[in-house]
Every structure is written in structure tokens, then in C-alpha cells.
Design a protein around this ligand. Structure first.
Ligand code: FCB
Length: 448
């Protein structure tokens, strides 16, 4: 009988990001980030929360590494806070900021955990935001310099590097919906931001190649866009939504041009980008990270800019606390679609997980059955995709901890470890136990 298991060398991990867990944002000479400032503006965050303390990981990292090790995982995906390294974004470095990540990396390696490092998971030095942030064409040089500094400091120990996490969200939430910094709604700025994020990625990849070791990639958020009906208008809206979210960044990165749908969707707001930039953007990289949470079903609605697609709730589906449909098959579809459209590039699922209202702790246990079901379904879908020939090399649960969920503050819990934010006590949930078994059996437990 065929045993259903993941490959031997499959990388199992858990994921976090700097601003969401570290706390102590100004410690040891760090400069403020745009998120530090944004959370101080009235009404930006639903519960008024911010990253001042978060999971206090900056102080507790050593204990936290032990908790990661107890999960039995082989890798930990985290991000670096740029403004700890360069308090002003560029110019003088802050050695103490670098020391923190140096100790973190050494601590991980001492326990046999592979560091999987993201350079930019949304927090930008406030000093650079004041100079236009990603709207400034110089941002690619700023980012290149920051990346180069980290490569020099950590490339001898860190094998896996990511340039950006979810650049689409930086663009869409920051410049279309205005719910992330800098809180704008301006399509032309959105397009320019996307373009400069892509240029910055290219610059960092070029700097990475100065020495031939290690792997570098980029992490995108993807979701299948299904039409709500067979009406040609709904079908066209779903296609536009697909171009806008799924192909906006991947087409230029891997095919060398923006999806043809985008200029008409943006109209006069679509800038005339210098043709030469496309060469920098297309700089070859080593792997693609996919953050997968849900799919969306869309109907045409011209009032929604820029893609004219409005999500429709599905009667018979389960939804998470984020209002995201649980749809595990969409993960297999997404992975297969990537292979078919972009070829056999190495893939990692760099985030997958769910926010649910967890039951209260009972005799030291949080029985988050809904999260276990969610993870089991998606891990099966990942396994299925491998069986169908997808080059999937690893999987990371979002998230190690309950943490600061951006606009939602501390109201949405994604962790496999529960965090009591009053005491900072961490409590493994049932999902932590489930994931430990999954890693230990290479997924055999998913099929029993
Ligand atoms: C992703 C982000 C991550 C977290 C999850 C829930 O979009 O990359 O930081 O917020 O969603």
C-alpha cells in the first residue's frame, strides 16, 4: 500500500513578522517605522492597539526559540525590522539592531532550525516614508543598501532570503484602500508603488549574487478568483481581479511585462514606466513563496476600483474570523496554476493558517479544533499538489503566535501558540500538538 507522506527533505516551518511580534520598536537605538507612526494616528487600528509590546519577542526571543524547537519544525520564517538596522532608513547603521538578529540566527541554528529571513514585511523606516517611501524612485537604492548590509552580516549563516512579503498588500492596503500606511487612496500612486517595489526586489537580488551562496525569492499572496455566475460580466470581473491580485507582480517578475488588463483598469492613472526597468525587475530569482488563505468569488461591480469585482459570500461555506472563506482546494489549484503559467520554479507555502475565536483555556489547553481542521485540509491539498507534479519544497504555518494583526490589532488570533497579552504567557493550542505530529510523521497523520 502506498504511504502518504511528504518528501524527506520537505521544509516544515512556522512564520512571524517583526512588527507583529517583537515589541520594543525603539529599543537600542532603533528608529521609528511607518507602522509605529500609523498606529499612533486616531482610529487606524480597531482596538487602538500597536506594536509597542506585541509578544515582547525582542526580549523573549531565547525562550521563543525553545518553543519553536519544541514544535519539531526545521525552519523559522521571520522578518527584519529595517529601522532597527538603519534608524534613518539610510546612512548610519545601528550595530545593536543588527546584534539582535545575529543572536536570533545563532540561537536558531544552535537548535537545528533553518532561519528563513524576510527583508521587508511591510514596516518601512519612518524617515524614508517622509521622503515618499516606495513612491520615490530612490527606494530601490535604499532597499539595495539595506539588503546588502544584511547579506554581509548574515549570509554566512542564513540560506533562505525573501525580498518582499506580499507587495500587493503594501500597494492595495496602503494606496488603494488606505487602511495601511501611508493611508492613501490614489490609483496612480498605487501603480508607482508596485513598480518601485518590483525594482527594489531586482536590486536586492542583484546584490545577493555578489556571492553565490544561498537562495533568494519573493513572497506573494494569491487566491483563485472565481466568477459568481456564468454571466460574462462576472467572468470578466473575476479575470480582472485575477490580473490585479495574482498576476500584477508575478507577470513582470517572471514574464517581463505587466498583465495587459492592468493599463485599461487603471486608465489615466497607469504611469508610463521606463521600458528599461523591466530588465531589472525580471532579474532571475530562486524560489517563489506563496501565502495562501482563501479564494474569492466575484460579481461585476463597476463601483469597485480598480478591478470592478465585488466578493460574494458563499451560502454553504465556512468563514474564518477574518471573513475569509475556508477553501483548501484553492491551495492545490493555486500551486498547479503557478507551474502551468510560470514553469517549474521552486515553491514554498510561506504562510497558511486561520483566525478563529478560540475556546477559553481549559486546564492548560486551548482546543482550537477549527484551526486543526483548517490546517489538515490545506496540508492535504499541498500534498495532493506535490503528487500532481508541483515543485513544492516547504510549508510554513501562519503563525507561531497570536500577534498584532495590523488594522485588527489584537482582535484576531492566528497562533498555534496562544498568547495572553497581559502576562505574555504562551500556551500551546491543540493545533500546535497537531502540527508537531504532522512534522514528526511527515504528514502521515493527515491521512489516518
Ligand atoms: C498576511 C500577512 C501576515 C498576516 C496574515 C494573516 O497577509 O503577510 O503578516 O497578517 O496575512
Amino acid at each position: 500500500m502506498e504511504t502518504k507522506q511528504f518528501p524527506d527533505n520537505f521544509l516544515w516551518g512556522v512564520a512571524t513578522s517583526a512588527y507583529q511580534i517583537e515589541g520594543a520598536p525603539l529599543a537600542d537605538g532603533a528608529g521609528p517605522s511607518d507602522w509605529h507612526q500609523f498606529t499612533r494616528e486616531n482610529g487606524r487600528i480597531v482596538d487602538g492597539g500597536n506594536g509597542d509590546v506585541a509578544c515582547d519577542h525582542y526580549n523573549r526571543y531565547d525562550d521563543d526559540i525553545r518553543l519553536i524547537a519544541e514544535l519539531g519544525v526545521g525552519a523559522y520564517r521571520f522578518s527584519v525590522s529595517w529601522s532597527r538596522i538603519f534608524p534613518q532608513g539610510v546612512g548610519p547603521k545601528n550595530p545593536k539592531g543588527l546584534d539582535f538578529y545575529d543572536r536570533l540566527v545563532d540561537g536558531l541554528l544552535a537548535r537545528g532550525i533553518e532561519p528563513f529571513l524576510t527583508l521587508h514585511h511591510w514596516d518601512l523606516p519612518a524617515a524614508l516614508a517622509a521622503r515618499g517611501g516606495w513612491l520615490n524612485r530612490d527606494s530601490s537604492e535604499w532597499f539595495g543598501e539595506y539588503a546588502h548590509t544584511l547579506f554581509r552580516a548574515l549570509k554566512d549563516r542564513v540560506r533562505f532570503w525573501t525580498t518582499h512579503n506580499e507587495p500587493w498588500v503594501v500597494m492595495h492596503n496602503g494606496y488603494v484602500k488606505g487602511v495601511h500606511p501611508p493611508g492613501r487612496a490614489d490609483l496612480s500612486q498605487a501603480a508607482t508603488t508596485a513598480h518601485n517595489l518590483l525594482r527594489a526586489h531586482g536590486r536586492a537580488v542583484q546584490a545577493f549574487r555578489a556571492d553565490p551562496t544561498g537562495k533568494i525569492g519573493v513572497v506573494v499572496n494569491l487566491e483563485p478568483k472565481d466568477p459568481a455566475s456564468g454571466d460574462p460580466r462576472d467572468i470578466a470581473a473575476a479575470n480582472a481581479a485575477d490580473a490585479y491580485m495574482n498576476r500584477f507582480f508575478l507577470d513582470p517578475l517572471l514574464l517581463g511585462s505587466y498583465p495587459k488588463e492592468l493599463p485599461p483598469l487603471f486608465g489615466a492613472a497607469w504611469p508610463a514606466f521606463p521600458e528599461d526597468d523591466m530588465r531589472l525587475i525580471r532579474e532571475p530569482f530562486d524560489y517563489l513563496g506563496v501565502n495562501y488563505y482563501t479564494r474569492s468569488v466575484n460579481r461585476a461591480d463597476p463601483a469597485v476600483a480598480p478591478d470592478g469585482a465585488a466578493p460574494v459570500r458563499q451560502q454553504d461555506s465556512t468563514y474564518t474570523e477574518m471573513g475569509w472563506e475556508v477553501h483548501s482546494q484553492g491551495l492545490a489549484r493555486t500551486l498547479l496554476w503557478l507551474k502551468q503559467r510560470y514553469g517549474d520554479i521552486a515553491l514554498f507555502v510561506t504562510e497558511n493558517g486561520a483566525a478563529f475565536a478560540d475556546p477559553p483555556e481549559e486546564r492548560g489547553a486551548i482546543r482550537d479544533h477549527a484551526r486543526v481542521d483548517y490546517l489538515r485540509g490545506h496540508l492535504r491539498a499541498a500534498h495532493q499538489a506535490i503528487g500532481e507534479g508541483v515543485n513544492l519544497q516547504g510549508y510554513f504555518v501562519w503563525s507561531l503566535f497570536d500577534n498584532f494583526e495590523w488594522t485588527f490589532g489584537y482582535t484576531k488570533r492566528f497562533g498555534v501558540l496562544g498568547v495572553d497579552f497581559a502576562t505574555q504567557r504562551r500556551t500551546p493550542k491543540l493545533s500546535a500538538e497537531f502540527y508537531r505530529e504532522t512534522v514528526g510523521s511527515r504528514g502521515r497523520n493527515l491521512f489516518t
